[in-house]
Design a protein around this ligand. Structure first.
Ligand SMILES: [Zn+2]
Length: 188
């Protein structure tokens, strides 16, 4: 059976068995929290369990590396919607050890794209149109610095209210242990 069919078949049973009933909630996060985390597959269940988050507790935004790469990109937009439309009152950036975006090699990604049939011509055309693929694909070399940078991008965004605490953490992808990198509460 294809992956798609197995997903759909499982879903049919899930709904029929009414397994959703234990997960019922509404769109407002019960902990008034928005989390920006990495999409790493090891964190699918580990991250919410390690942070004590249940269905309905938080707005969870995921991408490769838990990064804000652009002040007007979809991550910032999601955070702004979470704050003004969905009652998020605190933000946590949660990166992790052993992240695939740590020291990712843009040249290797482009080589893999070529092997999958993307032509040199396409890549050259994009580059000559001014798209800097190397910077666009690059990750980070130090996860702590990356978390601090992402926290400050959010913190300094002109549409994020000054009184929203923005915290930064690194989660261990096996144990779920959290390291606090930035405490977003005002220092006393
Ligand atoms: Zn990652």
């Amino acid at each position: 059976m294809s992956l798609l069919n197995s997903l759909l078949e499982y879903n049919h049973g899930f709904v029929e068995r009414r397994e959703y009933e234990s997960l019922k909630t509404d769109k407002f996060p019960d902990k008034n929290l928005a989390v920006l985390a990495c999409m790493d597959a090891r964190l699918v269940e580990l991250l919410p369990k390690a942070m004590g988050l249940k269905n309905g507790d938080a707005k969870l935004i995921k991408n490769a590396g838990a990064l804000v790469t652009h002040p007007w990109g979809s991550v910032m937009r999601s955070l702004i919607v979470a704050v003004y439309g969905l009652r998020a009152e605190e933000i946590c950036v949660v990166a992790h050890r052993d992240c695939g975006m740590n020291a990712i090699d843009p040249a290797a990604i482009l080589e893999a794209a070529r092997e999958r049939g993307i032509s040199d011509e396409t890549i050259t055309t994009l580059q000559s149109a001014g798209i800097d693929l190397d910077s666009w694909l690059k990750g980070f070399s130090c996860v702590e610095d990356s978390v601090r940078h992402t926290v400050s991008m959010i913190r300094q965004h002109p549409l994020i209210p000054r009184d929203i605490p923005v915290h930064g953490m690194i989660i261990h992808p096996e144990t779920g242990a959290l390291e606090l990198i930035v405490n977003g509460y005002p220092s006393v």
